[in-house]
Design a binder for this molecule. Sequence first.
Ligand SMILES: [Zn+2]
Ligand SMILES: [Zn+2]
Length: 274
Amino acid sequence: MIDLYYFNVLPLIYNYSNNLENLFILPVLVFLTLFTGLKTMLIEPQNTQSHNYQSKLNGKYPFDNILFYPKTICHTCKLEKPARSKHCSICNKCILLNDHHCIWMNNCIGKGNYLYFYGFLFGNISVTTYAFLRLLYVLLRSKALISNKPVLTLFILSGTFSVICISFTYMQLSLIKDGMTTNEKDKWFTIQEFMRNGRLVRTGAPQEDSTWFILDPDLDTQCLGSSETKYYSTNPYDHTVYTLSDFTKVESPKDIPNIYDFGSFWANLKDVCS
Ligand SMILES: [Zn+2]
Ligand SMILES: [Zn+2]
């Protein structure tokens, strides 16, 4: 898109542009996008094979005993999995604060490259939206350019990528607001699905001190009160069959605490980018 603009489109629309955008705004936006993209690609997120990763985390993410449990050993790395980590089969490492493996960056988005990843997303939004609006302005003033193939191609491409980038960034920022990564969003969805189906229970004091269990999937929810009923931990690594005498059925998402939500969008953003 950059070469299409500079070699094919700019000579045609030069009279409609000015030096401020040609010599400053666009070069700066393009440079920032390429720079943050390169950094996202090249910075290896912290992982359980990193030197000193535990002292860097310094107990920042305790185990919530809902999604993440202590003393869990990764089947592949054979190393203990810290809270909020996930094994990436492509990077072949357990990545800390793992969001997802980005196929465009060929790297995991995790602890260490979040800031550049968000910079890259905003860079892409700025460049594509700016190009789209600018070309729209030019096309409205010069009807002859509508039939020009490079101008029309760049107009359609920039508009399409702008919508894609804005939608994807919106989803990412929504997760930040909720204090969860893409990986955790899937886990929360599963937990809430058990709750919606009436299969999630907890024992112990409410909120952080609870222990969480799921009704045996082979049993009907009518069995919930029976003393013979089997339950499993929400920890997928724990295959113990539990019988519970005193428990509370969980009926609202508000009763399931997310200890990784630090209370506001900015607090969560600062946390993942630090
Ligand atoms: Zn692993
Ligand atoms: Zn990866």
